[in-house]
Design a protein around this ligand. Structure first.
Ligand SMILES: *[C@@H]1O[C@H](CO)[C@@H](O)[C@H](O)[C@H]1NC(C)=O
Ligand SMILES: *[C@@H]1O[C@H](CO)[C@@H](O)[C@H](O)[C@H]1NC(C)=O
Ligand SMILES: *[C@@H]1O[C@H](CO)[C@@H](O)[C@H](O)[C@H]1NC(C)=O
Ligand SMILES: *[C@@H]1O[C@H](CO)[C@@H](O)[C@H](O)[C@H]1NC(C)=O
Length: 548
């Protein structure tokens, strides 16, 4: 063959490839990222509790990968910053206390997850909570990469009236925090937030042109507490289902979880009905542990059992978050792969066929480890670093270093229901298999779903149990103000402080922490702008108040 005709062949091969490009592009997976708010480790039945059945989430978990060593940051704004940037909050100034409603602060400028996905052709939608700043309209979701937003800007709102109250400088401010893009959604007042978000997610999926990839970030209010005086709220008929729970607030919390679980079922079902499920990746996780008791504020009666600590702390109960990923190409299992919330940006971009070149990241691409069932590419995870309070947490292999306390020791214990009592109904595997999600997943030709025996095996493998040692060395971060060290492989509940037993490990861990001080950006928290942000200036709505 002449060189010329070889060249001809090459050209036609390239043009064939180019002709195939739209097909390749449209095969990018749909990504549905469901974020729960302040839901504890033990509030899902797949982690071994019989108190609140979560059949849809369990079905997704057993058919996917249960990420049983998934870590977040201990509180809302830092976790959400990490999720959308792939950066440790302390490397971008977003550590410390979350954004308050009147605070003129936001996630620093720069490209974030939805913008990278837009570059790959995705339609990008956010439903629910933002909590990354809104004092200027240019900081709100539809200016930062999302095509639409139905939801709220602040850390929480009330489940039915959608009013957010905040006290700043001794003044109680309140206003509607619910909108479609930038317009106040007064018409939705009185409707239960979880139902609104679920309906919107279903509508988005039904109306989506499925030849284009969809990124849906469904960021639920559930099960964060609402305003003082009505911290937990759910439809009465759902509350009535939980006869076996006697504590009234926990009963309402169970109903909030039921609605959240139903939402996951309806979303999976909508993807299946639209023919999109086959080519979807679904992630479900909680942003941090539960504020089970009234220490941190916004008590929701969630449970981190058997893990130690609460939301805001770097104890396992604050940062080891329930997480699940499902895709038809992932083999179902309980995984001990170390994974951190900063990993989702590179992992999802990688799954979408994007490039990570030139992106500054603290996160690690976990996609090939997930697909290939390989060990985690990550050995270490920074769980919190607050340079003002000197509180930090670091995991390295099985070691955990923790220092300091946020509430003078008040959040450093063990809280929340065990859900293991005989007074609870026995675990109902039939309800899991026949849940909306269970049936939708089972109807996929390309996947098989686990039977009853396998479900019970997976559930046992996902359950953390702790044996309390009689001669355990306690960790009292307040009394001693020394860092503590735990071996999570044998002591996931942080009962036995090994700092004095393994001083060399302690010092290595402290050295590793000092590396993070080098890159730390001091926290950007600002005092509230009470006058400027006052909802009364904006027809009683929380609205961007500074004109760029
Ligand atoms: C869906 O999107 C594809 C590719 O962008 C386009 O060719 C098609 O016309 C769209 N369908 C509808 C019904 O809009
Ligand atoms: C640990 O935290 C305490 C505050 O609780 C602080 O005084 C101390 O400096 C911290 N220690 C280290 C080694 O960072
Ligand atoms: C288990 O769930 C199924 C399906 O929801 C229901 O029909 C059945 O009554 C439940 N079993 C028990 C013992 O509650
Ligand atoms: C102002 O707020 C009221 C509710 O307090 C609402 O009914 C009305 O539509 C709002 N007006 C505008 C212009 O948004």
């Amino acid at each position: 063959m002449k060189r010329n005709s070889l060249f001809q062949m090459f050209v036609s091969f390239v043009s064939l490839l180019l002709a195939m490009m739209p097909a390749i592009q449209s095969s990018r997976p749909h990504i549905v990222f469901i974020l729960a708010d302040d839901v504890g480790w033990n509030d899902f039945s797949f982690h071994g509790s019989d108190e609140i059945l979560t059949p849809n989430i369990d079905a997704l978990a057993y058919s996917g990968v249960i990420l049983n060593h998934h870590y977040s940051q201990p509180i809302c704004t830092p976790t959400r910053s990490a999720l959308l940037t792939g950066r440790y909050p302390s490397n971008i100034g977003m550590q410390g206390w979350p954004l308050s409603a009147a605070e003129p602060r936001a996630l620093p400028p720069g490209k974030i997850l939805p913008q990278y996905l837009k570059d790959l052709g995705y339609t990008t939608r956010i439903v629910g909570k933002w909590h990354l700043g809104y004092y200027k309209k240019e900081l709100t979701p539809t200016y930062r990469g999302f095509d639409s937003h139905l939801g709220y800007f602040n850390g929480f709102t009330s489940y039915y009236d959608h009013i957010t109250q905040e006290s700043a400088s001794g003044i109680l401010m309140e206003g509607l925090d619910f909108r479609r893009d930038l317009s106040a959604a007064w018409d939705l007042s009185g409707r239960y937030a979880t139902d609104i978000f679920t309906g919107e997610a279903e509508r988005i999926i039904q109306e989506h042109n499925s030849s284009n990839p969809l990124f849906l970030y469904l960021s639920h209010l559930a099960s964060h507490a609402g305003n003082a005086g009505k911290l937990v709220e759910a439809p009465q008929h759902t509350i009535n289902m939980f006869h076996h729970i006697t504590e009234p607030n926990r009963k309402t919390y169970a109903a909030m979880m039921w609605k959240l679980d139903e939402s996951v079922g309806r979303v999976v079902r909508a993807l299946e009905a639209k023919g999109m499920l086959e080519n979807s990746i679904i992630v479900f996780m909680s942003d941090n542990g539960a504020p089970s008791v009234d220490v941190v504020g916004y008590q929701n009666w969630g449970s981190n059992y058997p893990l130690r600590g609460l939301k805001t702390t770097q104890w396992e109960g604050g940062v080891r978050t329930p997480a699940v990923i499902w895709s038809p190409i992932l083999e179902r299992r309980v995984s001990s792969q170390l994974i951190h919330v900063t990993d989702w940006l590179p992992t999802l971009l990688s799954a979408a066929g994007g490039s990570l070149q030139g992106i500054v990241l603290d996160g690690t691409d976990q996609w090939s480890a997930l697909v290939g069932k390989e060990a985690s590419p990550r050995r270490e995870a920074l769980l919190q670093y607050d340079e003002v309070k000197r509180t930090y947490g670091l995991r390295r292999d099985n070691w955990k270093l923790t220092n300091g306390s946020n509430y003078g020791g008040e959040a450093d214990g063990y809280y929340g229901h065990t859900g293991r009592e005989f007074s609870n109904p026995p675990y109902n595997v039939t309800a899991v298999i026949h849940s909306l999600a269970g049936e939708a997943l089972a109807s996929l030709l390309s996947s098989t779903t686990p039977d009853e025996d396998e479900i019970l095996q997976l559930r046992a493998a996902a359950t953390v149990t702790c044996s309390v040692k009689v001669d355990a060395i306690p960790c009292h971060p307040v009394k001693s103000s020394n860092p503590c060290l735990f071996d999570l492989a044998t002591d996931p509940c942080e009962t036995n402080n090994l700092a004095s037993v393994y001083p060399e490990v302690l010092h290595e861990m402290l050295d590793l922490v000092s590396n993070y001080e080098v890159t730390l950006v001091p926290q950007l928290n600002k005092p509230p702008d009470v006058e400027g942000s006052d909802p009364r200036n904006f027809n009683n709505t929380w609205s961007p108040w500074i004109v760029a």
